[in-house]
Design a protein around this ligand. Structure first.
Ligand SMILES: Cc1cc2nc3c(=O)[nH]c(=O)nc-3n(C[C@H](O)[C@H](O)[C@H](O)COP(=O)(O)OP(=O)(O)OC[C@H]3O[C@@H](n4cnc5c(N)ncnc54)[C@H](O)[C@@H]3O)c2cc1C
Length: 330
């Protein structure tokens, strides 16, 4: 195996997970990101951060990465320091039909079943119940992951790269985990932000995830973490800035979430924060994970790992392992 000195650009969940896999494979790894030390990547720290089954016709690797990430997170759930727990996830549906993952590996992994009628709130014909799936508390997991990388020998620094040329020759490979920043770094006009507003409340009333992506309360989403619950969400399109928040939407988000989970009983007095965050989308909704030998003028290989949309956590371990295998063979 070739030992590389790898520069990982980006310290979100993609960059840190990839850096850890590269370190564990024996490479030297430097991680650089544009946040000042002590801050975490806004998108990754703002996520709901759950696992759900995903398969995409355009890239058969996605189903495999989803399964591998499930296994990795399930192992981490045995250690409370990681912030990973296994919880039931209810995906509410307006029609009763079998999902693609019924009887497949993804469905078997999470213990898929259809909901009982007594479990359904008004307005729904079914729910896909993932009996036990990873839910990752980003406020615990991201710092934990940072220290895993640090303790494995990863070197951190702050740099905002303007492009991928002129990077110090000590790095034999560059891994581009820049999220939305990849639009400029990889000159990829297909990358765009999708802005979502999320309300966080202090509550321990609920210990399951409930999601309505298609029914009367779309796109309500309840994600409990340790002592707090994320409530989503209002998607308002391809905005470039996550600054500010539209407080007029908060009551609507709370009402829709209360409608899909009677035990939640949320109200405005519990609100801790209201934020906007940008999901790093890509036309076609496929992340870019590949070796590129043309983007650097000096011909150095760049491994791209960006454009994960709402899947950055649930693909992270599978993709990181794949990138470690690419790096070993460059
Ligand atoms: C509200 C919300 C809910 C979500 N829920 C889920 C979920 O349940 N499950 C799931 O799997 N995913 C979810 N996602 C998606 C997930 O959060 C993202 O896919 C993931 O965080 C992307 O991680 P990343 O590391 O690729 O990018 P980011 O977290 O955006 O990190 C990018 C990094 O690149 C660095 N960078 C960028 N440009 C440059 C540059 N020019 N020079 C140097 N550094 C640079 C930044 O500083 C940062 O460190 C959600 C997202 C949101 C917003």
């Amino acid at each position: 195996m070739t030992k590389q000195h790898v520069l990982v650009i980006g310290a979100g969940v993609s960059g840190l997970t990839t850096a850890l896999a590269l370190l564990q494979a024996g490479h030297k790894v430097t991680i650089r990101c544009k946040e000042p030390g002590g801050q975490f990547a806004h998108t990754s720290i703002s996520a709901y951060a759950m696992w759900v089954p995903v398969k995409m016709d355009g890239d058969p690797r996605i189903e495999r990465w989803t399964g591998e990430s499930f296994e990795a997170f399930k192992k981490l759930a045995g250690d409370t320091a990681t912030g990973v727990t296994m919880k039931p996830i209810y995906q509410l549906k307006t029609k009763k039909e079998a999902p693609w993952f019924a009887g497949q590996n993804a469905g078997n992994l999470c213990g898929f079943r259809h909901a009982e009628a007594s479990e359904l709130p008004a307005g729904y014909a079914d729910a896909y119940v993932l009996s036990s799936a990873p839910v990752i508390d980003p406020l615990v997991y991201m710092p934990w992951l940072y220290w895993q990388v640090h303790d494995a020998g990863g070197l951190f620094g702050q740099t905002e790269f303007k492009n991928l040329d002129g990077i110090h020759p000590q790095y034999s490979v560059i891994v581009n985990c820049a999220g939305l920043g990849a639009r400029e770094l990889a000159k990829d006009a297909d990358v765009f932000p999708d802005r979502v507003q999320v309300v966080t409340i202090k509550s321990s009333n609920i210990d399951r995830v409930v999601i309505d992506d298609e029914g009367p309360n779309a796109r309500a989403c309840i994600v409990p973490h340790n002592g707090y619950v994320k409530l989503g969400g209002v998607f308002d399109g391809p905005h470039e800035s996550y600054e500010g928040a539209d407080l007029s939407t908060v009551q609507g988000i709370i009402d829709r979430c209360n409608a899909i989970a009677p035990e939640l009983k949320a109200d405005q007095s519990q609100v801790i924060s209201v934020i906007r965050a940008l999901r790093p989308e890509r036309k076609g909704w496929l992340p870019r994970v590949e070796v590129d030998r043309t983007i650097c003028a000096d011909g150095r290989p760049v491994i791209h790992n960006y454009g994960h949309d709402g899947m950055g956590y649930l693909l992270s371990h599978g993709i990181a392992a794949e990138i470690a295998s690419y790096a070993a063979n460059l």
